[in-house]
Write a protein that binds this ligand. Sequence first.
Ligand SMILES: [Zn+2]
Length: 385
Amino acid sequence: MAETYDSSSPRMRTREDLYQLIRSREQVTRAELVELTGMSRSTVNHAIGKLLTEGRVTETDMQTKGPGSGSGRPATGLKVVVSGAPVAAIDFGHNHIHVAIGDALGGLLAEQRARINVDLRANDAMDFAAELLGKLRREVGADQLSALVAGIPGPVDTKTGLVRSSTILSSWVGLAPAQELERRTGLEVHVENDALLGAFGERKAGAGRQHPTFLYIKASHGIGAGLVLGGELYKGVTGVAGEIGHTYLAGRTELCRCGNRGCLEAVVSVQSLLEQVAHTHPTVDADALTLDALDDTITHRLLNEAGRILGGVLADLCNLLNPGALIIGGELGAAGTSLLEGVEASVERYAQPATAAVVEILPAALGVRAELTGGLLLAAFRSAR
Ligand SMILES: [Zn+2]
């Protein structure tokens, strides 16, 4: 089952594309829109007319003129109208909570991050997140919030809103996180799997803008995938699609948080890489170690090998889905090019040449903020409809 977050008719989709393009720039002229999109002038004018009538964009004199425009009428620019109450997002990682407030369009206003064990202490984590959000609201003076979207690092049942997987987030099982957070914040809350939010963020404002069909991989303390197929998020029958972190790797015996051995995320994760790096760098303070701190051959080799293992799993998914891009997010996606080169090597080696030839391997353009950004954008989208 796919959930449609894009408008359905081609006309509305065109209008939405133009709106997002205007939004991604400070201001832009109609001529620039024609050039950027390759659409005809009349199509652009028609869509802009609608957006102006709806009050979603406004016309202004361009603040700075380009070279050679010294005389004559100042060009008219278009910019989006920000009106309405701000929105909020919470990103629960396995080991952190990241909270943000955005404007009515989902643009970031303020954020805060804290470390806490989210897996084993669901109620504490939600108490803490609500407290952090309250503090942030007071700081930016956001008395009214129109929507809150929260991402959690496990599957959310699309029919019941319950966390179902007893193996992935054990202390969250049977909880309805949306209701729990509503009770704590007094806001209407929508909960999604975090990788899906990352995929939404990248689709709307990151590396997925040019790719209607791509896989977003959140590679951090766990590994999850958000699938965007033909412009739409794909969640599966009950919302569990994308749990690729528990793919069995033949011959591996590492114990996973899910109780099995040899799962992908038991072998490739921030934790396992930090342990390997600490092992090969006995003089470095292990507690202060981060993956991007070291720039040496051994670390690059470890990251490359992790990328090759991840890429082996992704190669099978390329054969299945023929995506235009694999967008690697999370802390591992942000750890540099060695890991991505490893992914690329395995995709080239194991995916069918016809699928390997068309898939781009990209880091998340929004970096480790993809989930939070996706949460703010989805909150804005939900409060606007
Ligand atoms: Zn597992």
